[in-house]
Design a protein around this ligand. Sequence first.
Ligand SMILES: NC(=O)c1ccc[n+]([C@@H]2O[C@H](COP(=O)([O-])OP(=O)(O)OC[C@H]3O[C@@H](n4cnc5c(N)ncnc54)[C@H](OP(=O)(O)O)[C@@H]3O)[C@@H](O)[C@H]2O)c1
Length: 307
Amino acid sequence: MAGSREKVCVTGAGGYIASWLVKLLLARGYAVHATVRDPSDLKNAHLRQLEGASENLRVFKADVLDHGTLAGAVAGCRGVFHVAFPVPTDKVVDPETEMLAPAVKGTLNILQACSANDVQKVVVVSSTAAVHFNPKWPQDRPKDENCWSDISSCEKNKVYHTCDVFLTFLLGKLFAFRGPAVMKNILWHIVDVRDVADALLLIYKKEESAGRYICAPHHISAKVMVNLIKKTHPNYNYVNCDSDLDPRSIVTPLTSEKLKDLGWKPRKKMEEALLDSIEYYEKAGLLQEVEGRPCRLPHLFHMAIEK
Ligand SMILES: NC(=O)c1ccc[n+]([C@@H]2O[C@H](COP(=O)([O-])OP(=O)(O)OC[C@H]3O[C@@H](n4cnc5c(N)ncnc54)[C@H](OP(=O)(O)O)[C@@H]3O)[C@@H](O)[C@H]2O)c1
């Protein structure tokens, strides 16, 4: 079956964003080469259970830091989605060696493998962290694809974030703190992971796509977000937020206009995306009170509570 289908490769396929992308690609009729570091790890088992996986998904064992493991995975693919990236859940002690070096080397290895195997298009997933930290950007102008984070600001902030942050809003008082704590009321950007998968596929398919694309359609302050989700889910132990927006941490919002001009439209409104997330966390058991279960907070969260 896979023989007649367009083949694409997704690196780090067992990860959060990549898994949704693999699901979308299978649903849209692609044959997918999925790379994972350890195919026998149960955390990757969901890939084989996706609809269409038995016919159209091949799982490859590959480490993007090991150049030799990549050729087999990208061979025969028209396109590659490079999503594998070191995403630490604990505090990063040495960002240079723990994150930057692997990210740069991993991306170079993938690009070399793509070049050697006649891959036509590569879509690389990055982070808003590559855009946000630019103190020279005019406060009154939304940050677009021309805005690059300033290296010294990144070094100062040492930040990274994942959807764990959202869990923290709901569970903050349960797991994160020994006593009362207040979260800074800073601005958060929100996008539904399914809309991210849509965006990646659109960028891949559109001939004219080029350069960077910001995919961050919604923003909301921490306090407004907590009040919003409290309305439908009043019983969680929400973090307390400062009342006023923290003046030191206000970020000029990002704009996703370039992506919208390419034809992307988020399927989910922000409220729907947030409520769907809670529903998913509830079903997955992530919001149950489990004595002694550590809540792993990304370092950005610490920035949000440090006074
Ligand atoms: N989730 C978010 O909120 C968010 C927001 C903005 C941007 N992003 C970006 O999206 C990308 C993916 O994030 P995610 O949230 O989906 O993270 P994730 O769930 O942690 O997935 C990352 C994947 O990368 C793989 N990986 C790490 N190092 C690797 C290596 N050396 N070789 C092969 N695979 C490796 C991991 O595999 P293992 O399981 O083997 O470790 C994991 O499957 C990152 O570039 C991130 O910056 C995410």
